[in-house]
Design a protein around this ligand. Structure first.
Ligand code: GDP
Length: 173
């Protein structure tokens, strides 16, 4: 039954200003005719089907800890999205650092990670090419997608990719 399965947690990490809040809201369907629960300022929920079971997806914008701490707080059941802006090389470098941080923790060692190049609409200010993002992700063994949260481009594809990364769980309690 609904609610019997612990929520799946998706944690968004990335430099400030890359679009995490907007992506979190879109991933939870704030733009759709969909019941989105705003759990707190930085956590959103939606209900969806995972492997034929109704499940709750919780999207957190990081853990809002001190700088550099978020990456060390991932839990082994999380799925991690690391976001950068294709128009800001420094945010790409930050994303790569964050990935290394996540992987260096016990719980982050084997976590599914999706590297997301957001703001793909900013074609004239692009500083990180599609190929570079994709190559880096494949070297780091992450999934990769470019999105434009502003134009809602590829956000649905990102969500579908995430759902495929979720490992079905037994009911709790
Ligand atoms: P956060 O600090 O990572 O949570 O970033 P926000 O979600 O607050 O977004 C920072 C700014 O970037 C806001 O002004 C957003 O409207 C803008 N923004 C977010 N996504 C996109 C995008 O895909 N394209 C463009 N052009 N702007 C975006």
């Amino acid at each position: 039954a609904a609610g019997a399965v612990a929520p799946y947690r998706v944690v968004l990490l990335g430099a400030s200003g890359v679009g995490k809040s907007l992506l979190a809201r879109l991933l939870c369907g704030m733009d759709e005719e969909q019941d989105t629960d705003v759990v707190s300022d930085d956590t959103y929920e939606r209900t969806l089907m995972v492997s034929g079971e109704e499940a709750t997806l919780q999207v957190l914008e990081g853990y809002q800890q001190n700088d550099g701490e978020d990456e060390t707080l991932v839990q082994s059941e999380d799925v991690c999205i690391i976001v950068y802006s294709i128009a800001e090389r420094a945010s790409f470098e930050r994303a790569v650092d964050m990935h290394a941080q996540v992987r260096s923790t016990d719980s982050g060692e084997n976590l599914p990670v999706v590297l997301v190049g957001n703001k793909s609409d900013l074609v004239r200010s692009r500083e990180v090419s599609l190929e570079e993002g994709r190559d880096r992700a494949s070297a780091l063994d992450c999934k990769f997608i470019e999105t434009s949260a502003a134009l809602q481009h590829n956000v649905r594809e990102l969500l579908e990719g995430l759902v495929r990364q979720l490992r079905p769980r037994g009911a709790v309690g």
